[in-house]
Design a protein around this ligand. Structure first.
Ligand SMILES: Cc1ncc(COP(=O)(O)O)c(C=O)c1O
Length: 425
């Protein structure tokens, strides 16, 4: 393990801060006040960064929604997987109980929260040997994902591997630091990257996956982790949908069957947005490799990043309660059992989708294969259904459409009726 840790620190070496600046502001040269036209050669402050980023999925949805609005009936939104069911009572009560919060939150989080994360991972996901000190809370996992390359010191010349198709924020975090995105879904893909001289420093896996609902079995995760350890890459496993397995039970990378009982070289990211219907509370966390967690705490402390204390109290209540999770799972399972057969009856093929909050579907259609998903989204919009083209998650998704299970029951029933009545093969 020492060897692994040593190589891992290679990743962390680049993350060191150059030195502390004075807190009091004395001795600091004052920036010149610029007046009048911009000095020759000066570059504008805004624009170039956003130009490096992919267009947000929401941007493409504007036109789809407009087209769906022409349908003579209610629009059913099956696009973004934002929860719509009520916030669990147990969590609301805890938030209220922690409303008196005049002080700043700790970046590392309160011990009670870190202990609750460990309890949940042990109780529900059979994770062993995780120390509460090796858990870092954050304001949702999207923020953690997007800032991880920056906070670990990655930059131009570094390669970050991610699945394809994939949740767009992995590529956003990579692009923000000027690093290069590479695609890898397996050890064979990672080997191919290495053969081209592009050994990644950070490797993302996402199981269950967005948008496909694909689950990586323990042996696939184990092989990817072993490869990362051998090559000094950090494995970051986005497990936001871990509690939403339908046809299979997803396994965490922190499970001993995957990591061999050691968390060196690996971190897992979890979210309460989907498990506990708390997207509005913005609660996520990262746990695993002690050196990586310690480094992230010290970088993020400098930025004042911390999960607000009322949310920390709410998170403890959510993590300790399995009942509301069972209720929410039953809602999603019910919607899935309505929408999936309706899609199949309408001539769609459902691929993967064995876990998570989406159905990943395609259908034989005339027209160019690379436009298949976009064309299907258009046809569904003509039934008043708003969905997302798979190409929004990368070219590998071009033939597919993603439908979310988060819409209310009556909306899902409407969608199913329309599919069966009007979208016959
Ligand atoms: C794969 C994946 N990771 C992370 C997130 C972000 O979740 P959070 O609400 O915790 O920011 C999402 C949200 O949809 C997601 O699909």
């Amino acid at each position: 393990m020492e060897g692994v840790l040593h190589r891992q620190r290679g990743l962390l070496r680049g993350a060191r801060l150059p030195g502390r600046c004075r807190q009091d502001g004395r001795d600091r040269p004052r920036p010149p006040v610029r007046r009048g036209p911009r000095a020759a050669g000066a570059r504008p402050l805004s624009g170039p960064v956003s130009a490096r980023l992919p267009a947000a999925v929401q941007t493409g949805l504007v036109a789809v929604r407009r087209r769906a609005e022409a349908y003579p009936g209610p629009v059913v939104d099956l696009s973004i997987g934002a929860p719509t069911d009520p916030t669990p009572d147990v969590v609301r009560a805890a938030l209220a109980a922690h409303a008196d919060a005049p002080g700043y939150p700790l970046t590392a989080g309160r011990p009670a929260l870190r202990e609750a994360v460990v309890r949940w991972l042990e109780r529900v996901h059979d994770v062993t040997g995780l120390d509460p000190a090796h858990v870092l809370p954050a304001v949702g996992t999207k923020e953690l994902i997007g800032s991880l390359p920056l906070h670990l010191g990655l930059g131009a010349g570094d390669v970050v591997a991610q699945p394809t198709p994939a949740y767009p924020t992995y590529a956003v975090g990579t692009a923000l630091v000027g690093a290069t995105t590479a695609h890898a879904d397996s050890v064979a893909d990672l080997e191919a990257l290495a053969a081209r001289g592009s050994v990644p420093r950070l490797v993302w896996v996402n199981s269950p996956a967005n948008p496909t609902g694909r689950v990586l079995p323990p042996d696939a995760l184990r092989a990817i982790l072993a490869w990362c350890r051998d090559h000094g890459a950090l494995l970051a496993s986005d497990e936001c949908y871990l509690d939403l397995g339908w046809d299979v039970d997803p396994v965490s990378v922190l499970h001993p069957d995957v990591c061999g009982g050691s968390h060196d070289g690996v971190v897992a990211l979890h979210s309460l947005s989907k498990r506990s219907n708390l997207a509005g509370y913005r609660i996520g966390f990262l746990s695993g490799d002690p050196a990586v967690v310690a480094e992230l705490v010290s970088v993020r402390r400098n930025l004042g990043l911390g999960l607000p204390n009322p949310q920390q109290g709410a998170a403890v209540a959510a993590l300790d309660d399995d009942e509301h999770v069972a209720v929410q799972r039953a809602r999603y399972a019910g919607r899935r059992s309505v929408l999936r057969p309706a899609l199949e009856a309408a001539g769609f093929r459902v691929d993967h989708s064995e876990a998570g909050l989406y159905l990943w579907v395609t259908r034989d259609e005339p027209g160019p294969a690379e436009r298949r998903g976009v064309d299907l989204v258009g046809r569904l919009a003509d039934l008043g259904l708003v969905t997302v083209a798979g190409a929004e998650y990368g070219a590998a998704g071009h033939a597919h459409v993603r439908l979310a299970l988060t819409a209310p029951d009556d909306a899902v029933a409407l969608a199913a009726d329309r599919l069966i009545q009007e979208f016959r093969p």
